[in-house]
Design a protein around this ligand. Structure first.
Ligand code: GAL
Length: 415
């Protein structure tokens, strides 16, 4: 196998050299311990075939792309694109990058590499416009997961079954509070992490149908159900670690591992942090669907694009082919916490968390995330973050709801 791979490299390398393309600039926000390790696995997989191509890792730190996306916008608007960048399907990819003409279509790769047979159509549709497809997925994350420190819960007599409702959750938080523990870990130095907590709580109250109705405009943002979710979110603030705004999302996961907090509601990139720290499933940490969201799977998928006018187009096309391969998916996802987006990957190579997530994806209601740019235009995503920031300070439910009603009206034109 090794011999075959390196022979292939010998054939490919001169082609790239001839075109003067020995570099590849990859833009992402994968810089935490788990994210960095998983990104390295993608680089190694690429390097096996293209050892002579120098990969420029242009990652910009800041979970959820909160700092990376503005940098990317400036580069794209200034005609200085990286060869390829990380993007979520749905509004983010189509509205922010395809619509203004920053992406080259890669539809042909779906035929040449057989991707049209192995990637779920619903996901490919979220990356396509007018029959043209603009990205290939590396992974599918689940956004609505509640992680916990197993030893800390055991010590405090708290057990979690297959499902965990709001009542049980708040009872556990109260028990922990009486034991002097900040129950809920949040690291919202990037506010999106708190917005994610709200997003998950909102879904837990309105349910999958309510979610679809909210983002299609059928349900209003001041609906009593939405306000009920806001009430829960407000109540959660009483159990949050006081240093939350000084921590990043992965530092909050770190605090959970150290037993400083018991829970964190976070997408399953958190699993990448547990894996990187060699923590053991069901011994050191456990997970359950965020309260009320059992049976629903909030999709946070990661794709890569091809820049229009990519400085190293051949190398970038080779990168995309490599990302979409079975080998890349098998190398990347076990480290990242995400499940493969291809349907033909060997499931036995994955641990118990991944098995749980794969079964949730196969059997659950799949819903796009707003926090991660899939469910609504960028302006609404931003307005939601701003409204959460204001709400944490003023704790006023009417202001929160009205801000979202207004934002939904304003973003109507972008739909
Ligand atoms: C999401 C992204 C994930 C993970 C997370 C935290 O937007 O899809 O892959 O990196 O941010 O940074």
């Amino acid at each position: 196998m090794v011999v075959l791979v390196s022979m292939f490299a010998l054939i490919q390398a001169p082609l790239l050299q001839a075109a003067g393309e020995k570099k590849l600039e990859v833009f992402s926000w994968w810089t935490s311990g788990g994210e960095g390790a998983a990104l390295d696995a993608l680089f190694s997989n690429y390097k096996k075939q293209y050892p002579d191509v120098e990969i420029v890792n242009a990652a910009v730190a800041g979970g959820g792309g909160s700092a990376a996306r503005p940098v990317l916008q400036t580069r794209l608007a200034g005609g200085n694109p990286p060869d390829t960048w990380q993007s979520h399907p749905g509004y983010e990819l189509l509205g922010q990058y395809v619509e203004p003409g920053y992406c080259e279509e890669i539809t042909d790769l779906y035929k040449s590499d057989g991707w049209d047979k192995v990637f779920p159509k619903a996901l490919v549709d979220m990356m396509s416009k007018d029959g043209k497809t603009y990205a290939v997925l590396a992974s599918v994350h689940r956004g609505n997961v509640l992680w916990y420190n197993k030893k800390l819960l055991d010590k405090n007599g708290i057990t979690i079954g297959e499902k965990f409702g709001f009542d049980e959750f708040f009872a556990a938080c109260e028990k922990l509070r009486l034991a002097g523990i900040h129950a809920l870990g949040v690291g919202d130095s990037g506010i999106w992490a708190s917005t994610q907590l709200f997003e998950n709580t909102l879904l837990g109250v309105v349910g999958p149908q309510g979610w679809t109705d909210l983002f299609s405009g059928k349900m209003k943002w001041d609906d009593p159900k939405v306000k009920e979710a806001m009430t829960y979110f407000l109540k959660m603030q009483d159990y949050v670690n006081p240093d939350h705004s000084a921590l990043s999302w992965d530092q909050a996961v770190g605090a959970l591992m150290e037993g400083k907090v018991a829970f964190t509601s976070m997408g399953d990139w958190a699993d990448g942090e547990f894996i990187k720290a060699h923590k053991q499933e069901q011994v050191d940490f456990g997970w359950v669907a965020h309260p009320g969201t059992d049976g629903a799977f909030v999709i946070v998928a990661d794709g890569f694009t091809l820049a229009k006018g990519a400085p190293h187009k051949e190398a970038a096309l080779a990168w995309l082919k490599s990302i979409g391969s079975k080998e890349a998916e098998e190398a990347f996802n076990p480290l990242k916490g995400s499940i493969p987006s291809r349907t033909d990957v060997d499931k036995s190579k994955f641990d118990a968390y991944h098995q749980w997530s794969m079964s949730g994806f196969a059997n659950g209601k799949l819903l796009p995330s707003c926090v991660h740019g899939e469910a609504a235009p960028a302006a609404f995503q931003q307005a939601l973050n701003d409204a959460v920031t204001a709400f944490i300070v003023d704790r006023n439910i009417d202001n929160f709801a009205n801000a979202l009603v207004q934002a939904a009206k304003e973003s109507e034109a972008d739909r």
